[in-house]
Design a protein around this ligand. Structure first.
Ligand SMILES: C[S@@+](CC[C@H](N)C(=O)[O-])C[C@H]1O[C@@H](n2cnc3c(N)ncnc32)[C@H](O)[C@@H]1O
Length: 398
């Protein structure tokens, strides 16, 4: 899009980014009203490699964040104004500069009084406000999120933000719980422990009573690494054990976490949480193979599920929907929501269950819904149902 007014805008943007006086740029007013992308919010970010423009792509149901050099950003903004948005609002301490593009491609510009106050600082200072601080954070350094100077490594910025997002999401659920002294948290399939360490850290800092936390993981090298890091961080209540979610020997669990444990391992974890009477169960399911094997739909719906990808997604929805219903039938109030942006992982659904009491009528209703759903989708049995009926033997063998 070549236009004198646009050139004025881009010159201004380039100058404001260069002298770090840009407060914010917002691209809005969609060209296509049906598009999922609602707006883009652009701010300055200072990292070791220099100035970057941080783009937050605001979609209908999620945000995606990306950083670009000023030159790259200008190319992207130019094409966004040509293809996606009619408006650009540029906020600086000197003015609010507005670009309005008409349907016919005419570009109008307007300069108004400044509307936003300048930010005192940006870049890493902004990260400092995060719920998991990085200053002197030993476990984040040992996990490679920070460099030896305790700065967030550029390539780990997304991971650091993801860790913080996870704690921000969980903290309201945890705050509501009436936890006993020395309460026990089990993280099933803890992997490299990024989220395990962060949750332990958060719990220690936000609770008078220090928690006991166990990460359960089949891979011995990860168990060893995480125990070493827990030692270096002096996290006395945190340990990792080599074991299988299904049968690891654990004390009573008050909070059960299972993030991205494979297929039915998520069900094993939910089962362990329910049977332990956990006050809170949090899981982010991974792959969903079990229900799909049975999946058979009839009638008009089969004209949708004949497409493999749509059948796969439907099977995921049925699997997780039945998981939530089984938790409800066991007295858990459930919430299902998106956990992190799908830029990080497509497996971004979180199921949270808080233990309450359930009336016999409500239990009957949940069980009836499960029966109807299974019939509708040709599912013989959900793996978690089988566990609830037959149980699983806890032996402690990995
Ligand atoms: C995708 S990683 C997720 C790690 C971590 N929860 C996270 O979200 O960052 C899944 C981890 O679970 C472990 N895992 C899978 N099935 C398991 C099981 N049945 N018992 C214990 N660990 C398991 C895997 O070895 C792997 O490290």
């Amino acid at each position: 899009m070549g236009n004198q007014n646009l050139n004025v805008f881009f010159e201004k943007l380039n100058r404001l980014a260069g002298d770090k006086s840009l407060i914010k740029l917002v691209l809005s007013n969609q060209r296509d009203r049906t598009s999922d992308l609602k707006s883009i919010i652009i701010t300055l970010l200072e990292i070791k490699k220099g100035t970057r423009l941080n783009f937050v792509y605001r979609y209908k149901t999620r945000d995606i964040t990306k950083n670009f050099s000023v030159d790259e950003a200008i190319v992207l903004i130019r094409s966004s104004l040509a293809d996606d948005f009619f408006n650009a609002d540029l906020f600086s301490s000197a003015e609010t500069f507005r670009v309005l593009i008409t349907d016919q491609g005419k570009v109008k510009i307007r300069s108004n009084q400044p509307q936003l106050k300048p930010v005192d600082s940006f870049g890493h200072d902004r990260l400092k406000e995060r719920v998991i601080p990085f200053e002197n954070n030993i476990y984040l350094r040992e996990l490679g999120v920070l460099n030896s100077n305790f700065e967030v490594r550029h390539e780990m910025n997304d991971k650091y933000l993801q860790i913080n997002r996870y704690i921000e999401l969980l903290s309201p659920f945890i705050r509501d719980l009436n936890l006993p002294a020395g309460f026990h948290v089990a993280d099933m399939g803890s992997g490299k422990g990024y989220l395990t360490f962060a949750l332990y850290d958060y719990l220690v800092k936000s609770n008078a009573a220090e928690p006991v936390m166990t990460g359960v993981e089949t891979r011995p090298e990860l168990v060893k690494l995480c125990n070493e890091i827990a030692g270096k961080a002096a996290f006395k209540g945190l340990k990792f054990i080599k074991g299988n979610i299904r049968d690891a020997i654990l004390d009573k669990v008050d909070i059960l976490i299972a993030l991205h444990a494979c297929d039915t391992a998520t069900d094993d974890a939910i089962y362990r949480g329910i049977t332990s009477g956990a006050s809170l169960i949090v899981c982010a399911p991974c792959c969903h193979k079990q229900v799909r094997k049975d999946f058979k739909v009839a009638g008009a719906f089969s004209s949708i599920t004949k497409h493999g990808i749509l059948e796969e997604r439907q099977a995921e929805i049925v699997t997780d929907g039945i998981r939530a219903l089984i938790m409800e039938s066991q007295g858990y109030k459930t919430q299902v929501f998106e956990f992190i942006s799908s830029e990080h992982t497509a497996k971004n659904l979180m199921i949270v269950g808080r233990k309450t009491t359930i009336t016999p009528a409500a239990k009957k209703k949940s069980l009836e819904s499960i029966r109807v759903l299974k019939e509708m989708f040709g599912v013989r049995e959900h793996y978690l149902e089988g566990l609830m009926r037959d149980g699983c033997r806890v032996t402690g063998d990995a």
